[in-house]
Design a protein around this ligand. Structure first.
Ligand SMILES: [Zn+2]
Length: 135
Protein backbone atom coordinates (compact mmCIF):
# COMPACT_ATOMS: atom_id res chain seq x y z
CA UNK A 1 0.00 0.00 0.00
CA UNK A 2 1.32 3.40 -1.01
CA UNK A 3 -0.50 5.72 1.42
CA UNK A 4 -1.95 8.95 0.10
CA UNK A 5 -3.52 11.62 2.29
CA UNK A 6 -6.91 12.47 0.81
CA UNK A 7 -8.92 14.48 3.37
CA UNK A 8 -8.63 15.78 6.91
CA UNK A 9 -11.30 16.11 9.61
CA UNK A 10 -11.54 18.12 12.80
CA UNK A 11 -13.52 15.50 14.68
CA UNK A 12 -13.28 11.76 15.16
CA UNK A 13 -16.94 10.97 14.49
CA UNK A 14 -17.05 12.46 11.00
CA UNK A 15 -13.69 10.86 10.17
CA UNK A 16 -14.94 7.41 11.19
CA UNK A 17 -18.21 7.82 9.29
CA UNK A 18 -16.33 8.70 6.09
CA UNK A 19 -13.80 5.89 6.60
CA UNK A 20 -16.63 3.40 7.18
CA UNK A 21 -18.52 4.54 4.10
CA UNK A 22 -15.41 4.26 1.92
CA UNK A 23 -14.63 0.80 3.29
CA UNK A 24 -18.24 -0.22 2.69
CA UNK A 25 -17.82 0.85 -0.94
CA UNK A 26 -14.66 -1.24 -1.27
CA UNK A 27 -11.93 1.37 -0.76
CA UNK A 28 -9.24 0.36 1.73
CA UNK A 29 -8.40 3.30 3.99
CA UNK A 30 -7.04 4.25 7.39
CA UNK A 31 -7.09 7.22 9.78
CA UNK A 32 -3.90 8.86 11.00
CA UNK A 33 -3.49 11.00 14.16
CA UNK A 34 -6.96 10.08 15.45
CA UNK A 35 -5.74 9.05 18.92
CA UNK A 36 -3.39 12.00 19.29
CA UNK A 37 -6.03 14.55 18.31
CA UNK A 38 -8.77 12.91 20.38
CA UNK A 39 -6.58 13.22 23.48
CA UNK A 40 -5.12 16.64 22.57
CA UNK A 41 -7.61 18.46 20.29
CA UNK A 42 -5.70 21.74 20.63
CA UNK A 43 -3.02 20.22 18.37
CA UNK A 44 -5.52 19.97 15.51
CA UNK A 45 -4.09 22.91 13.54
CA UNK A 46 -0.49 21.92 14.20
CA UNK A 47 -0.99 18.34 12.97
CA UNK A 48 -3.45 19.14 10.18
CA UNK A 49 -6.44 17.28 11.60
CA UNK A 50 -7.35 13.60 11.53
CA UNK A 51 -6.12 12.35 8.19
CA UNK A 52 -7.95 9.92 5.95
CA UNK A 53 -5.40 7.93 3.96
CA UNK A 54 -6.08 5.65 0.99
CA UNK A 55 -3.89 3.62 -1.31
CA UNK A 56 -2.59 5.71 -4.21
CA UNK A 57 -4.24 3.36 -6.70
CA UNK A 58 -7.67 4.11 -5.13
CA UNK A 59 -7.26 7.90 -5.17
CA UNK A 60 -9.69 8.81 -7.97
CA UNK A 61 -12.39 6.40 -6.77
CA UNK A 62 -12.05 7.62 -3.18
CA UNK A 63 -12.29 11.28 -4.24
CA UNK A 64 -15.40 10.56 -6.34
CA UNK A 65 -17.04 8.74 -3.44
CA UNK A 66 -16.22 11.50 -0.93
CA UNK A 67 -17.70 14.08 -3.30
CA UNK A 68 -20.80 11.91 -3.73
CA UNK A 69 -21.24 11.58 0.06
CA UNK A 70 -20.96 15.38 0.43
CA UNK A 71 -23.56 15.99 -2.28
CA UNK A 72 -25.93 13.42 -0.76
CA UNK A 73 -25.74 15.15 2.62
CA UNK A 74 -26.51 18.61 1.21
CA UNK A 75 -29.15 17.45 -1.31
CA UNK A 76 -31.38 16.08 1.45
CA UNK A 77 -31.36 19.39 3.31
CA UNK A 78 -34.47 21.53 3.26
CA UNK A 79 -35.35 24.60 5.29
CA UNK A 80 -38.34 23.86 7.56
CA UNK A 81 -39.52 27.48 7.29
CA UNK A 82 -39.28 28.31 3.59
CA UNK A 83 -38.43 24.99 1.87
CA UNK A 84 -35.27 26.25 0.17
CA UNK A 85 -32.22 23.98 -0.07
CA UNK A 86 -29.31 26.42 0.08
CA UNK A 87 -27.48 26.44 3.40
CA UNK A 88 -24.20 27.84 4.61
CA UNK A 89 -22.15 26.82 7.65
CA UNK A 90 -21.31 29.82 9.86
CA UNK A 91 -20.04 30.40 13.40
CA UNK A 92 -22.89 31.09 15.83
CA UNK A 93 -23.37 34.81 16.52
CA UNK A 94 -23.80 34.51 20.29
CA UNK A 95 -21.66 36.33 22.89
CA UNK A 96 -20.77 32.98 24.47
CA UNK A 97 -19.37 31.78 21.13
CA UNK A 98 -17.11 34.85 20.80
CA UNK A 99 -15.96 34.35 24.40
CA UNK A 100 -15.22 30.67 23.75
CA UNK A 101 -13.27 31.49 20.58
CA UNK A 102 -11.14 34.14 22.33
CA UNK A 103 -10.61 31.99 25.43
CA UNK A 104 -9.53 28.91 23.45
CA UNK A 105 -7.34 31.00 21.17
CA UNK A 106 -5.55 32.56 24.16
CA UNK A 107 -5.05 29.36 26.11
CA UNK A 108 -4.74 26.66 23.47
CA UNK A 109 -3.60 28.61 20.39
CA UNK A 110 -6.63 27.20 18.61
CA UNK A 111 -9.89 29.15 18.39
CA UNK A 112 -12.83 26.82 18.85
CA UNK A 113 -16.28 28.01 17.88
CA UNK A 114 -19.70 26.46 17.58
CA UNK A 115 -21.04 26.49 14.04
CA UNK A 116 -24.59 26.50 12.75
CA UNK A 117 -26.30 26.06 9.42
CA UNK A 118 -28.13 29.08 8.03
CA UNK A 119 -30.71 29.13 5.24
CA UNK A 120 -29.54 31.44 2.44
CA UNK A 121 -33.12 32.52 1.75
CA UNK A 122 -34.83 33.23 5.11
CA UNK A 123 -31.77 33.08 7.47
CA UNK A 124 -33.31 30.29 9.54
CA UNK A 125 -30.48 28.76 11.59
CA UNK A 126 -30.02 25.43 13.30
CA UNK A 127 -27.23 23.27 14.74
CA UNK A 128 -27.64 20.35 12.35
CA UNK A 129 -28.43 20.35 8.66
CA UNK A 130 -32.24 20.08 8.50
CA UNK A 131 -33.33 17.10 6.45
CA UNK A 132 -36.41 17.00 4.28
CA UNK A 133 -39.39 15.72 6.24
CA UNK A 134 -40.83 12.51 4.79
CA UNK A 135 -44.59 12.36 5.33
ZN1 LIG B 1 -35.33 29.17 4.79
Amino acid sequence: MQPLFIQSFDNLITAHIMMGRLQNDGVECKLFDENTLTLMPYLNNALGGIKLVVDKSDESRARQLLEKYQLEEWEGAECPQCGHKEFILLPQKKPSNYFTAIFTWLFTNYALSVNQYECQHCHYSCDTLPQKQIV
